[in-house]
Ligand binder design. Sequence first.
Ligand code: NZQ
Ligand code: ZN
Length: 392
Amino acid sequence: MFPFKYYAPTRVLFGRDTELRVAEMIQLFGGKKVLIHYGRGSVLRSGLMQRVTDTLEAAGIDYVMLGGAVPNPRLSLVYKGIELCKAEGVDFLLAVGGGSAIDSAKAIGYGVYNGGDVWDFYDRKRVAAGCLPLGVILTLSATGSEMSDSSVITKEEGLIKRGYSSDYGRAKFAIMNPELTMTLPDYQTACGCADIMMHTMERYFSGSGTMQLTDAIAEGLLRTVMENAEILLRDPNNYDARAEVMWAGSLSHNGLTGCGSDGGDWMTHKLEHELGGLYDVAHGAGLTAIWGSWARYVYRDCLPRFRKFAVNVMNVEPTGTDEAIALKGIEATETFFRRIHMPTNLRELGVNPTEAELADMARKCAMGVGGAKGSARLLHEADMLAIYRASL
Ligand code: NZQ
Ligand code: ZN
């Protein structure tokens, strides 16, 4: 077991109608002038935004609005948000939406607080000294950004998608009403479940450092998400299933499932970020398209963990060699992804990169991680290229 820091300062309000307490939360954290940041309109169409603005107006909280955060949120909108906040004297950010709106809001917060070019943080040139306070009303259970320290932004020039992590970016509060996710298309619900699983699996498949309790939490979380993802396929308005998935999403990425490990692997995410930057695919689908190829490439170097995962999460019979059990676990995971209509290769994802594009993604991925990364197995550029090729 490795020593660890666990820091999860976000105040969570979970359940029906909790969005009606947003003004109270903003006041609790001292917000006087709010930027409400959102995506391409789902929160307007669902009526959620009207409820939010009515609540703020009733409480006398001043606000400005900025929509337009797209999946794989863009740097240009972040710059626009920073200018708007400065011009309007904004002192609090409220993200209403999924990971993209939240991540874009975090980036705006870094930009306003620190000055200079906000991309420097994502480009590893500077470290943030703070962030404007941020609150979240979550509408998509997926990224865990509502409690995580991360923000992922895409720079249009060069289509570079990069993450930045800092405790300053953790939300002050997260409002989670599972009912708000019932308007999601089935595809986004499934992408979200895949992403939640992957945040847990990235931490689970670590080459060293484990903790019995952390493993038990992770395995329970994975089984819960799988069970409820299938319920939601048949019954998308099932409140309890929505609630299970929503809470799992937050716990999957707030650090809890990594306590005692070496930090985890994260290479499926890094490989996906290049796909998201170049082809603008949904994050969860990009992950499942890559995962099987990654797993088959690395499992021999992390055999005890793959075996344990196969038996405890995927219900594989513990008979035969460790290698055979591990491989059955990988197959069962891919079968599950297909059951929830997630792709298990790039073709199913709908992209068909040329050899030059694969090489370019591998080069950018290696550059983004500072040369090599991975805990299940350390991967260099040539390994990344091999995994991209295997996932075609
Ligand atoms: O833009 P709108 O109109 O709101 O529509 C969105 C978007 O089209 C829609 N949507 C969201 N809630 C809805 C809804 N539609 C109907 N009803 C609702 N209740 O869903 C689509 C996807 O939304 P988006 O926010 O892009 O999805 P997600 O939450 O999966 O976020 C993806 C982004 O987060 C990054 C990903 O890389 C990607 O850029 N990640 C962020 C992380 C973090 N900050 O900790 C960690 C993750 O690993 C991930 O990398
Ligand atoms: Zn993710």
